[in-house]
Design a protein around this ligand. Structure first.
Ligand SMILES: [Zn+2]
Length: 327
C-alpha cells in the first residue's frame, strides 16, 4: 500500500510538474502551511537514490530545502508556533514546520548543524524504547514483517540487502540479523546523550512517539493509551521536558484512526501528526490530533518535487481533493 501510494504521488508530481498544472491548482489546494517529515539525514553513498527504499535525504538537500523555502517566503516555525497560527487563524504568511521521526543518530550529526546554522526550529519525535531499551514490542513488529513475507529488502550499513525468509529457519536467521543490526545502530547511552544535548537547544522541540513504536490501531485500547502516555512520561522523566506534540508511529490510516486521535486529545497534546500526505488548511484547527504531513525523503529528493509538494497539488490528487482526511 505504501509502495502504491508513493507511486501515485510520484506520478502525480511528474505529471503536475511537467504540465504546470500545480500552478493552476495552487489557489484551490495550496493550504496555509505544511508539516514536513524527515527521517535520516546523512551523506549520499555511491547509489544513494533508492526509490521506495530507506527514508533518507542528504545534508546538502536539507540545506537546499531550507534555503528554497525561505526564499519562497515560507516561515520555518516550531510546532508550537504552527499550532498557534492554526488555532488563532493567523495565516498572513505561509509556514512550514520541520519534524524528524524516531531520533536517529544522524539527526544530531548531520541535520542539527544545518538547522542550527540556519536558525531553523525543528521537532524530533522520540520513541522512548530507543532511549531506554526497555522496549519489546518493536521486536513483534519486526517479527510480523518477517512472518508475513518470503523476503525482506533493506539497506544495511550502506549496502542493499535482500534477506530471504521463506522457511522457519530462514525467518529465524533473518530476524536475528536485522534485530542485532538495529540494536547496534544506537546504543542506549549514545541515543540518550544525543537527545539530551539537542534538547537543551531552544530550536528543538521534543515530541512523543510512544514507547515501543507500536501500531496503535492494532493494539488494545489500554495498551495503546499506555504507550502514548508512558512514552511522554519517560521523556519528561529523563529530559525534564514534557512533550506537547505527538507523532503516531507509522502514522498511516491503518496505524492511527479516530480512536487514536481521541486518545491523543484526551492526553492533552497540542498537536498529533500522522503520515497521511497533505498540507495544512484553516479547517485543521478542528483536526489538531490528525494533522497530515509532507514526507521529504529520498524519493522526492529534488527541489522541484518540494515545490509541487508545498503547492499541495500532488497530495490533493492523492486525497481525492478532500481538504481534510481525518477519518
Ligand atoms: Zn517513527
Amino acid at each position: 500500500m505504501a509502495g502504491l501510494r508513493e507511486q501515485v504521488i510520484r506520478a502525480g508530481f511528474e505529471t503536475l510538474y511537467f504540465s504546470g498544472a500545480h500552478k493552476l491548482l495552487r489557489h484551490f489546494v495550496g493550504g496555509v502551511g505544511a508539516i514536513l517529515t524527515l527521517h535520516h539525514v546523512r551523506p549520499a553513498r555511491d547509489d544513494a537514490f533508492q526509490p521506495n527504499r530507506i527514508l533518507e535525504i542528504t545534508p546538502e538537500f536539507l540545506e537546499h530545502l531550507i534555503v528554497a523555502l525561505q526564499t519562497a517566503g515560507v516561515d520555518l516555525v516550531s510546532l508550537d508556533e504552527a499550532h498557534r497560527r492554526i488555532a488563532e487563524g493567523d495565516f498572513r504568511r505561509r509556514f512550514a514546520a520541520i519534524t524528524l521521526d524516531d531520533g536517529y543518530r544522524d539527526n544530531k550529526e548531520f541535520a542539527y548543524p544545518i538547522l542550527k546554522a540556519n536558525d531553523v526550529p525543528f521537532t524530533i519525535y522520540i520513541p522512548t524504547s530507543f532511549m531506554e531499551r526497555d522496549g519489546e514490542l518493536w521486536w513483534l513488529v519486526l517479527e510480523a514483517v518477517i512472518a508475513g513475507n518470503q523476503s525482506v529488502s533493506l539497506r544495511m550499513n550502506g549496502e542493499d540487502r535482500t534477506l530471504t525468509c521463506a522457511t522457519a529457519e530462514e525467518k529465524q536467521e533473518t530476524f536475528g540479523a536485522i534485530y542485532w543490526w538495529l540494536r547496534s545502530l544506537a546504543t542506549e547511552t549514545e541515543i540518550r546523550g544525543a537527545v539530551r544535548e539537542l534538547a537543551a537547544d531552544p530550536l528543538m522541540t521534543v515530541g512523543a512517539h510512544t514507547i515501543n513504536h507500536v501500531i496503535l490501531a492494532k493494539t488494545d485500547a489500554d495498551v495503546a493509551i499506555r504507550e502514548i502516555e508512558q512514552g511522554r512520561a519517560l521523556i519528561e522523566q529523563r529530559l525534564g521536558i514534557r512533550p506537547m506534540h505527538f507523532s503516531f508511529p507509522f502514522g498511516d490510516p491503518a496505524s492511527a484512526g479516530p480512536r487514536e486521535f481521541a486518545m491523543a486529545k484526551e492526553l492533552g497534546f497540542k498537536t498529533a501528526v500522522t503520515t497521511r500526505p497533505g498540507v495544512l488548511f484553516p479547517e485543521h484547527r478542528d483536526h489538531l490530533m490528525a494533522l497530515p504531513r509532507i514526507s521529504i525523503n529520498g524519493d522526492y529528493q529534488r527541489l522541484r518535487y518540494v515545490d509541487v509538494l508545498m503547492s499541495g497539488a500532488a497530495t490533493a490528487v492523492w486525497n481525492g481533493f478532500r481538504r481534510i482526511n481525518a477519518t
